[in-house]
Write a protein of this length. Sequence first.
Length: 175
Amino acid sequence: MKTKVLFEHNFILQYIARISSQIYENYQNKYPLLIPIMEGAAVFTNHLTRYLDYHNLNYDLYPIKVSSYQDTETSGKLNWHIKFNERVNNRNCILIDDIVDTGTTIHYVLEELQKYSPASIKTCFLLEKTARRKFDVPKDYVGITFEDGFIFGFGLDYNDRYRDLDEIFVIETND
């Protein structure tokens, strides 16, 4: 497997800082419920909440866990490991994920979240891949947009490996 660095660590952090400032401006008196979609959003959420703490934003964390990927392709099926409960009722919710790709995961997560009557729902993504969109989903806070390529690192995995890398890598193809 031949790879190259697509986004360096400091470049990524600049975008996370910008997103945190936008969230702070919109939620400084609203005590939002941050809902990271695990496991991919763990690294992004860790960095994002550090910046939000710097802003002194009060928030709660409520991670959920779903999966839809096998190898380098989305299965199109959502597997729920940790679901929503009444904690989201009447809360200003921000769904956090590492990447919006086909939109499948966030589409079905949003559909499920709405059943619990939150006060509001916004979405937050470190990355947006534009080439393979199947669902038109809201993208309220987006860091880095790129067209295509299978990426890993900084929370994104390749077959459950490489999440701990500080940069984001792309697998080079022989096109």
